[in-house]
Design a protein around this ligand. Structure first.
Ligand code: BES
Ligand code: ZN
Length: 655
């Protein structure tokens, strides 16, 4: 069977167990799947398979003056194979000093690979137990951190996923290696890191403990003038003072409820506390599942709690991703597909809970919850269709080949949605939620604290369902297509109740436009949509955007839209603002100095969340001109995070 290069798996006992419970045809299938992807992570240059990391102590010193982080990392290692060299990943990092078992030694840094950086070569004795300490400092080419001016003082935050940790500290930069950590952060401003805070007596020094083994991409540091407020019995939200109350309001109603629902779906939350941190607006993602301190974009704080699902998503990562981890970024769907699956189960459960609270019977409540879940799934399917049509087809496969490639370039909705739809298909074929739920618990228990690949996932499905007489269901799945082919999977049957309300209203618009060219009497008002829930508003706008791609619509009519739907025109919610401006600017024949265009461009200049910023510049490019889009980008580019900046540069053909 297969060897999983993972520091925490006892592969012998695991393989033995597996061999006993699956038959030979299954074994062949698993072998085939296993051989279709790399055995080792191609995006690390480290020799990680030779070592087990028993403990890591990482000390980081923040200097706001030099905008650098210096520090030291101490590895307590087992040299499993008697190797005489330790090779670690670094990128744009200064290595100051290396000691092995307390003696300083000389080391070598290789030439830098443009994506993977320079490998650090450290000679070691062949002893089985080793202590390695490295002193280092970041440079201005570090892609993992951004220094900015916060609302109340200087601020720095890191973002290491997928392979940016190597530009913050020398490490085995692969999700296939995990270690427990002790973190020490030193800074004039408050520090948070990826663990549980510990008491400290030294000034400007913050201690954290992470007893659960975690991979390098979950290592994080933030420092700034942060305050906190409770949003649940085991949860605080952190941010700078001016937004604290608003952040608290946004999440306090749902936080503990999400936690309890997730616990009943999988098993008890193991990380003790679930705190989160709302970052400044240049944070490039919606959220990032840092253990004990989830990072969130401030665009979630929209005053209507419509974006709390992002919190549910990051919380779900506490099981999928943080306890059970993809062993390389080629299997990223195992992290994100599972997380979207759990997120949507949480959303469905909340829907059912609300229905129950408003007096509905249990049966009705479950149906309402499912309708809500299916509504979210419909949105996911359109995102999947859209991505399959427009994205580099090699990365529309579920399992990627990343040899020589940058995982940031492979990133799209695919691992999220194609991953989700594989799990949803399995849920449906294997007997629905009631028969899939026990598998969820089994899978997460089996792989917790470990990293796994896709073959191990499929093997576990067989291991679980074969004794239940369901082998033929699994055999009938075309695994080759599901896992290794580009493009869409089969479309599932979905409950369209909530989406139909939106489509039938959108279709009225389509009909009206087909049959009229006089727009003095427009038979639509904001009243029509007052029953729409947040997600339905977004779907409606996106539906019109899609329809108007093929159906010509007069710009004169489009320019009336803001007065027909002032609620959209005045919205401060990015989920509305983003498609709404696309609808107007692409179809409205606006000029670059029109207020709508100017306002949108200004908003882009203070919105670093890539989900909005990247399509935003495409709207300026397609609706106004490439020249205008580049001009606006040049005005704002210093504000963006290095990852976001380089992605927009690629989108606009600047690099
Ligand atoms: N882990 C991801 C963010 C990420 C992915 C960072 C890849 C770097 C590389 C996080 O959990 C995530 O998926 N965020 C989503 C939000 C979500 C609701 C789909 C995002 O940022 O849009
Ligand atoms: Zn995620």
């Amino acid at each position: 069977m297969f060897f999983q290069p993972d520091s925490t798996t006892s592969s012998k006992s695991l393989n033995l167990k597996i061999r006993m419970s699956v038959d030979t045809t299954t074994e062949k299938l698993i072998e085939k799947i296993k051989n279709k992807s790399h055995q080792l992570d191609p995006t690390t240059q480290s020799n990680y398979t030779n070592f087990k990391v028993n403990n890591t102590q990482l000390t980081l010193n923040v200097s706001f003056d030099s905008k650098t982080i210096s520090g030291s990392v101490k590895y307590d290692l087992t040299n499993k194979t008697g190797n005489n060299e330790l090779t670690l990943d670094t990128k744009a990092l200064i290595i100051k000093k290396v000691s092995v078992n307390d003696s300083e030694i000389s080391f070598k840094l290789s030439n830098s690979h443009s994506i993977y950086g320079s490998s650090l070569h450290i000679p070691i004795p062949k002893d089985s137990s080793l202590k390695v300490e490295i002193e280092f400092e970041t440079t201005d080419k570090c892609t993992a951190i951004q220094f900015i001016q916060g609302d109340t003082g200087p601020y720095v935050f890191s973002q290491c996923q997928a392979i940016h940790a190597r530009s913050l500290f020398p490490c085995f930069d692969t999700p296939g290696v995990k270690s427990p950590y002790k973190f020490i952060g030193k800074s004039p401003a408050k520090v948070t890191m990826s663990g549980r805070p510990q008491p400290s007596t030294e000034q400007n020094t913050y201690h954290f403990n992470q007893p659960i083994p975690i991979p390098s991409y979950l290592v994080s540091i933030t420092s700034g003038y942060l305050q906190k407020a409770p949003i649940g019995p085991r949860s605080d939200v952190y941010c700078e003072e001016p937004n604290l109350k608003k952040c608290q309001w946004e999440f306090e109603q749902d936080m503990e409820n999400f936690l309890q629902i997730a616990e009943s779906l999988v098993f008890d939350y193991e990380w003790e506390r679930f705190d989160s941190l709302v970052l400044p607006s240049s944070f490039p993602y919606g959220g990032m599942e840092i253990p004990n301190m989830t990072q969130l974009t401030p665009t979630l704080i929209c005053g209507d709690r419509t974006q709390v699902t992002v919190m549910a998503h990051e919380l779900a990562h506490s099981w999928s991703g943080n306890l059970v981890t993809n062993c390389s970024w080629e299997h990223f769907w195992l992290n994100e597909g599972w997380t979207v699956y759990l997120e949507r189960r949480i959303v469905g459960a909340i829907g059912a809970q609300e229905a129950r609270n408003s007096g509905k019977s249990d049966e009705e409540a479950i149906k309402i919850g499912e309708q809500l879940r299916h509504f979210e799934i419909i949105g996911g399917w359109s995102a999947l269709v859209d991505t399959c049509e427009t994205f580099d087809s090699q990365f529309t496969k579920l399992v990627w080949d990343l040899d020589g490639k940058d995982p940031d370039d492979a990133f799209s909705r695919i691992p999220y949605e194609k991953g989700f739809f594989l799990l949803f298909q399995l849920e449906n074929k294997l007997g629905g939620v009631k028969d899939f739920d026990p598998f969820i618990k089994y899978y997460f228990k089996k792989f917790r604290y470990q990293s796994l690949n896709t073959a191990q996932f499929i093997e576990t499905l067989y291991e679980f369902y074969e004794p239940k007489g369901k082998k033929s269901i699994l055999d009938n799945i075309n695994w080759d297509k599901e896992l290794f082919e580009s493009g869409l999977p089969e479309k599932p049957v979905l409950d369209t109740t909530l989406a139909d309300q939106v489509y039938s209203y959108g279709d009225k618009w389509v009909e009206f436009i087909k049959n009229n060219d006089n727009y003095d009497n427009i038979p639509f008002t904001q009243e029509d949509i007052k029953s729409f829930k947040g997600e339905q508003d977004m779907l409606f706008i996106e539906y019109l955007v899609e329809k108007f791609k093929s159906q010509k619509v007069s710009s004169e009519l489009i320019q009336k839209f803001p007065s027909i739907y002032p609620k959209y025109a005045n919205s401060q919610n990015g989920e509305i603002l983003s498609p709404w401006n696309e609808l107007l600017i692409i179809n409205g024949n606006y000029k670059s100095n029109d207020k709508i265009v100017q306002d949108f461009s200004k908003w882009l200049g203070k919105t670093g969340r890539m989900k909005y910023a990247r399509p935003g510049y495409k709207v300026l490019k397609n609706g106004i001109s490439l020249k205008f889009a580049i001009e606006q980008f040049n005005k704002h580019k210093d504000f963006y995070h290095p990852i976001c900046k380089s992605m927009i540069e690629k989108d606009l053909g600047l690099i």
